[in-house]
Design a protein around this ligand. Structure first.
Ligand code: TXA
Ligand code: MG
Length: 321
């Protein structure tokens, strides 16, 4: 990377950079940190001014609450009221790409803007060693949405963070490309033993159901409960056509399997590889001189459910908004 943000990006393999990041965070600053899903824009979750800086840097509407990152279930007990189901899911999937929406604990030291006034809090213990190291050194829960301007394509590389947020972030820890490449699954555990997936992700509903022993509740009238689930999101700023086999002359085709394309999510049709490359391919398509994007069909099972969820929202963007 080169240019005016050079000194802001530091290699996450340098222990001094982790210490510097923790110092910035404790002082109320913003640091972009790699996780196994996407890069997060972290700030201390107990400080109203630090949390306000996240919303400002992203241009994020303040009704959209943030995920709080923690070292594990022990820290969750201070912030939320996990029940046996939450403990079972934490044992099965933490650290990892699962976010749980749990009842907020009264008196929890969390800035009110983090939960946007909801009686619940979204918690995740990320698996990425860099985020884990930052959490340990900071010794604080960290609010961290994806490190991009609100509504835009999520970052899976340090370069994407710099391109989207520039000088709005105090430091970027460069940990290379994110392995999963798609945001965590968000599961809401509710009363009456019911649960729902609010955002599909790397941990499928089937795997959650296998741990909980009950199927998810389906409620078509649920509305926008995870406001990141707004129809238009992850938008590369160009019209997108889905389920395309051949591009028209104006389109940059993102392929999958045998549909080759300008770039390909996974030539071998592997859904985990496709998820890990999804945002990278959307960033490339956005940077191409071609004015439109087309995407090959991706099977709608397993990880494909999360990929198609993001693609539909990316395609919901229209140039007249
Ligand atoms: O993989 C991820 O989850 C990444 C990395 C950085 O950890 N983070 C991420 O955060 O995707 P963000 O802010 O882009 O998405 C947070 C989502 C939003 O859809 C938000 O509405 C939902 O979590 N959310 C947060 N708190 C919630 C709550 N109490 N109830 C329901 N949804 C909530
Ligand atoms: Mg996001």
């Amino acid at each position: 990377m080169s240019g005016k943000h050079d000194n802001q990006v530091r290699s996450a393999s340098d222990p001094a950079a982790i210490t510097a990041a923790a110092t910035i965070l404790r002082g109320g600053g913003l640091v972009a940190v790699p996780t196994e899903t996407v890069y997060g824009l972290a700030a201390r979750a107990d400080d109203a001014a630090a949390v306000a800086a996240i919303y400002r840097a992203k241009g994020r509407p303040d009704f959209n609450p943030l995920i709080v990152h923690i070292t594990g279930i022990d820290q969750a007990e201070h912030l939320a009221m996990p029940d046996p189901r939450a403990r079972a899911l934490a044992a099965a999937f933490w650290p990892g790409p699962l976010t749980m929406v749990l009842p907020l604990r009264g008196g929890a030291r969390i800035a009110p803007a983090v939960t946007a006034g909801l009686p619940t809090i979204a918690l995740r213990s990320p698996a990425h060693p860099v985020m884990q190291a930052v959490l340990r050194e900071t010794r604080l829960p960290l609010a961290a949405p994806s490190a991009n301007r609100s509504g835009a394509v999520s970052p899976t590389r340090a370069e994407h963070v710099v391109a989207s947020l520039g000088a709005r972030v105090d430091m970027v820890l460069d940990g290379g490309a994110c392995a999963a490449g798609i945001e965590s699954t968000i599961v809401a555990l509710r009363g009456n033993d019911t649960w729902q997936v609010l955002r599909p992700g790397p941990i499928t509903a089937e795997r959650i159901a296998a741990v909980l022993g009950t199927p998810p509740m389906i409620d078509a009238a649920q509305g926008i409960e995870a406001p990141g689930q707004m129809t238009s999101h992850y938008a590369p700023g160009k019209p997108i056509r889905l389920n395309a086999i051949t591009p028209n002359g104006q389109e940059y085709l993102i392929g999958f399997g045998p549909v080759a394309g300008e770039t390909n999510l996974s030539p071998g049709a592997d859904l985990a590889e496709a998820a890990s490359r999804l945002y990278e391919c959307l960033h490339r398509a956005a940077a191409s001189p071609l004015p439109r994007i087309a995407v090959a069909p991706v099977p709608d099972h397993g990880l494909g459910i999360a990929i198609n969820d993001r693609l539909r929202r990316a395609a919901a963007w229209s140039s007249d908004q």
